[in-house]
Design a protein around this ligand. Structure first.
Ligand SMILES: Cc1cc2nc3c(=O)[nH]c(=O)nc-3n(C[C@H](O)[C@H](O)[C@H](O)COP(=O)(O)O)c2cc1C
Length: 324
């Protein structure tokens, strides 16, 4: 425990209780848990999250567990899990079917049902990262979250790092989103030049529907800084826009940046969209954009509080951004 700055414990409910080893872990490490930031993630899911009973049960499970163990995590969250009928033994399958029927849940035992709202999970991870000093978001104790159920199209969306072979699909999405080939040429040029970058794709049923790129920027000089990146470009297939894919890409992108040791990110874009993630006008940090844009369109976020203090001046993107 001494080696950890923070601890996140996740457990699921099986027949009214969390796994016994979770209870043992929390009891055994009571002192260590008290001495550092901690979070408890609870999964339960014998009914769809949309039912009010789910929320009531979720709250009850968490409250009882914390009261019994005396643990007071700084953050708690509840998510619905999965009903994987085909993987259960015959008795478990039958019992789960009965419970599900009573609570209005699905009863087709030939299928698996996943109720987890992965967007809510991502948001909780972001809140957590922010609370631990890896983001500019809210530090308050996280709310018990409730998802929207398995039939949301977002449940099938998967965000992952770009891999060799994704180039053409990324270009197609980028061309579609921007209505011109300039941005995809820029992405290709950056890739060809071998610049370190964070490049993520949003994929649905093996089809790339979105892409986001972060590259290092310089401040006051064209020398790229190791811990400051610029978000550009981001693209979502036109037919899939306004469905939360861009938000997922930004959230997961910021997490990936924080994980890669990046302490601040700048972006040129719509303030009403990017402010949701904690971006603020870059001018407030003393940063200027090298392109002629309205002040409020150039924004920055500190993934580590204070990361931009004392670093002011003109932000310089890679030369590939200007060349294409
Ligand atoms: C045998 C069994 C018993 C369960 N009992 C409960 C329960 O009492 N209350 C509840 O809310 N969910 C219950 N669930 C739902 C689980 O919390 C949910 O399936 C969760 O995703 C299981 O965690 P896992 O995906 O890590 O296996 C039960 C699931 C199984 C398979």
């Amino acid at each position: 425990m001494d080696d950890f700055d923070a601890v996140v414990v996740a457990a699921s409910i099986i027949i009214g209780k969390y796994q016994p080893y979770i209870r043992q872990f929390v009891r055994r490490h009571a002192a260590g848990l008290r001495g550092r930031p901690t979070a408890f993630i609870s999964v339960n899911g014998s009914s769809p999250e949309s039912l009010p009973e789910w929320r009531a049960a979720a709250t009850r499970y968490v409250d009882t567990f914390l009261k019994d163990t005396g643990w007071q995590p700084r953050w708690t969250a509840s998510f619905s899990g999965a009903l994987r009928y085909p993987r259960y033994g015959i008795v478990t399958r039958w019992i789960m079917k009965m419970i599900s029927r009573q609570t209005g849940g699905p009863t087709d035992t030939s299928r698996e049902y996943e109720f987890t709202d992965w967007n809510a999970v991502d948001q909780f991870a972001l809140d957590l990262a922010a609370g631990l000093g890896h983001g500019g978001l809210n530090r308050s104790r996280g709310p018990v979250r409730q998802g929207t159920g398995s039939r949301s199209p977002m449940a099938r969306l998967h965000v992952r790092p770009e891999q060799p072979g994704d180039e053409a699909a990324i270009a197609q999405v980028t061309d579609g989103a921007f209505g011109q080939p300039d941005e995809s040429r820029m992405v290709d040029a950056i890739r060809r030049a071998g610049h370190p970058a964070i490049s993520l794709v949003a994929e649905e049923e093996n089809t790339v529907v979105g892409h986001i790129l972060f590259t290092h920027v310089g401040i006051g000089s064209s020398l790229p800084l190791a811990d400051v990146m610029g978000l550009a470009p981001m693209a979502v297939l036109p037919v899939r826009q306004r469905q939360g894919i861009g938000s997922r890409l930004v959230q997961e992108g910021l997490l990936a940046c924080a994980g890669a040791g990046c302490h601040a990110v700048v972006v040129l874009g719509r303030p009403e969209f990017y402010s949701r993630f904690g971006f603020r006008p870059a001018s407030g940090y003393g940063l200027r954009c090298e392109y002629p844009v309205p002040d409020e369109a150039f924004m920055a976020i500190e993934l580590v509080p204070g990361a931009l203090r004392g670093r002011t001046g003109l932000v310089r993107y890679l030369s590939e951004f200007g060349d294409t």
